[in-house]
Structures are given as structure tokens and as C-alpha cells.
Design a protein around this ligand. Structure first.
Ligand SMILES: [Zn+2]
Length: 303
């Protein structure tokens, strides 16, 4: 890991060789977790169940009696404002799925049924580490079917104002991310980091979501971040971090953006073999990238 201070851009590089797991995986036993929704502020319980090969990742809204299954795939994404929301044909939705999806991707879980009794995945501590710990509690089981890996065959780039995302052919899954906020706190360092297999847990999973103190009133008046607190987000003030414990990593912000991207990209429906680059991007561009990828069969193949 190489770090330098004094640059206004964070830079972090991740390499993950996920092909190691040839067979599809699920969790060994059902596991439960409770918490509050970041945006709704509502209490919610979730229970994860093992699922058979090729089941994929599906949410089941237990508080609805019918049409309550929502498949976690890119084509079901209906809202990307501050978090990623998926919906089914009947309008049943689940929001803020990205941290849980990230943990499932980081731990190579292909198939799982997620029962939830509300419309927003609990935020826990603002990172994915509680979901990683939850899955670690039961461990994983290998299924008797090969994993399907999506291999990127062409360069795809999406730009919007000064943000961009890219996918390129590569021998493994690798992520580069840069952020550059107009804030003394967020933009005062740069960092390069390479992750190898298994480092998701130690280097990415505990990076928390973040927000700026100046935006809190605006978010709340729009009915957002109602469950937000210093217990589930890093709050950045004018000249300091408001959380008394400070940061978990010097470059926690960019690590969290990587955590989010890993979760959003897992909505491809399978692990990706390719290079991802994000520049000041977020959930909206991540989903647009997948929509563009899947719009042309020549862009990818399954291996
Ligand atoms: Zn996030």
C-alpha cells in the first residue's frame, strides 16, 4: 500500500481474483439481523436463507402478502438517488440494497433468499461489516454447479458532467476509484491500495457511508436520512469529522465508494471479469453502465 498526502484526489486500486471459486456458493444455515433503515428511519428485520444453484439473489417482502419477490438484478433498479432501490413488476421495492449486495459479492455468495419485513435494508453501522460477520456466523456451502462469470469483451464508458464510469476487458476483477470533493476533510489525501483475494473483509467491508453536515437539514426536509446518525455514517463538518472515534481508515471515503460499486456491480447477476474505473461516480452511473453493458451481446460473454 502506498500513500501520499497533499493531493486533492483519493485513489484506490483493487484487484480481486474471484475465479478461485469454481462452484456456486450459498450460506450454510439461515441467519437473521435487525436494524433501522438509513433513509426511512424504520426498524426492519431480515433473514437470509440458503438457496439452490441458479436461484440468484432474491428479496422477499414478508410484510406484503402477494407479488412480494424482487430479484436483485440491474434491470429491476428503479431508483438510484443516494442509494440503490430495486422493484418488481407489481411495484414492491427494497431500497439501500448496495451494502448487503457488496458483502454477498465480497464473500462470493451466488444464491440466497433474503426475507425482509420492510422496504429498506437496515443500515447497521453504515458499512457492510455486520453483513460479513452475519455470513461468517454460518459460513458458506459449495453447490454442485459451476459459477458463471461475466467476461467483459469491450470498453464501455459512461460520462455525466464531471463524473464517469468505465468497464474494460481484463484478466480478473479489478477496481480503480477516484473521488474529489470540495471539502478540506475529504480531499486532503491520496491513496493507492491493491487488494488480493479475501481482503474485502479487512480492507473494504468496514468503510462507512458518509455525508456532509451542511446537507443534513436538506436531506431530512426531503424525507431522507431520517435514520442517519453518527452511529451509521461518517459526518463531515466544515473542518473536522464529527464522529468522536474519527475514521476507520485514513481514506475511508473512497473505500466506501468501492464498497458501493462492488454492490451495484453485483446486480449484473454474476461476478464480473473486467476492469472497473469510477471517477466521482455513484449508484446512478453504476446502473447505467450495466444497462449499457447488457444492451449489446457483443459487450460480454459468460465463461
Ligand atoms: Zn454506500
Amino acid at each position: 500500500m502506498k500513500k501520499s498526502v497533499g493531493n486533492s484526489t483519493f485513489f484506490l486500486k483493487m484487484i480481486e481474483i474471484s475465479n478461485k471459486f469454481n462452484n456456486q456458493q450459498t450460506i450454510a444455515e439461515p441467519v437473521s439481523i435487525n436494524g433501522i433503515g438509513l433513509h426511512s428511519g424504520v426498524d426492519v428485520s431480515m433473514k437470509l436463507f440458503p438457496a439452490e444453484a441458479d436461484y440468484g439473489i432474491k428479496f422477499v417482502r414478508k410484510d406484503l402478502n402477494k407479488n412480494n419477490v424482487i430479484e436483485a438484478v440491474w434491470s429491476n433498479v428503479t431508483n438510484t438517488k443516494l442509494s440503490t432501490t430495486i422493484s418488481n413488476q407489481s411495484g414492491a421495492s427494497v431500497s439501500t440494497i448496495e451494502h448487503l449486495m457488496s458483502a454477498l459479492s465480497g464473500l462470493h455468495i451466488d444464491n440466497v433468499k433474503i426475507e425482509i419485513n420492510g422496504s429498506e435494508v437496515p443500515i447497521m453501522d453504515g458499512s457492510s461489516i455486520k453483513f460479513v460477520d452475519l455470513i461468517d456466523k454460518t459460513s458458506t456451502q459449495s453447490l454442485n454447479k459451476k459459477r458463471k462469470i461475466l467476461k467483459v469483451k469491450k470498453n464501455i464508458k459512461i460520462e455525466s458532467n464531471d463524473s464517469s464510469v468505465e468497464l474494460k476487458p481484463n484478466n480478473h476483477f479489478s477496481i480503480d476509484f477516484e473521488i474529489d470533493f470540495p471539502s478540506k476533510i475529504v480531499s486532503k489525501q491520496s491513496c493507492q491500495l491493491q487488494l488480493v483475494n479475501g481482503n474485502y473483509k479487512t480492507d473494504i467491508a468496514s468503510a462507512r457511508t458518509f455525508g456532509f453536515e451542511k446537507d443534513v437539514d436538506m436531506l431530512r426536509s426531503n424525507g431522507l436520512a431520517l435514520g442517519g446518525s453518527l452511529d451509521n455514517a461518517v459526518v463531515v463538518g466544515e473542518s473536522k469529522i464529527l464522529n468522536s472515534d474519527g475514521l476507520r481508515f485514513e481514506d475511508e471515503f473512497v473505500r466506501h465508494k468501492i464498497l458501493d460499486s462492488i454492490g451495484d456491480l453485483y446486480l449484473a447477476g454474476s461476478p464480473i471479469q473486467g476492469y472497473f474505473y469510477g471517477n466521482k461516480s455513484g449508484h446512478h452511473l453504476n446502473n447505467k453502465l450495466l444497462r449499457t453493458l447488457f444492451a449489446d451481446n457483443d459487450n460480454y460473454e459468460y465463461i
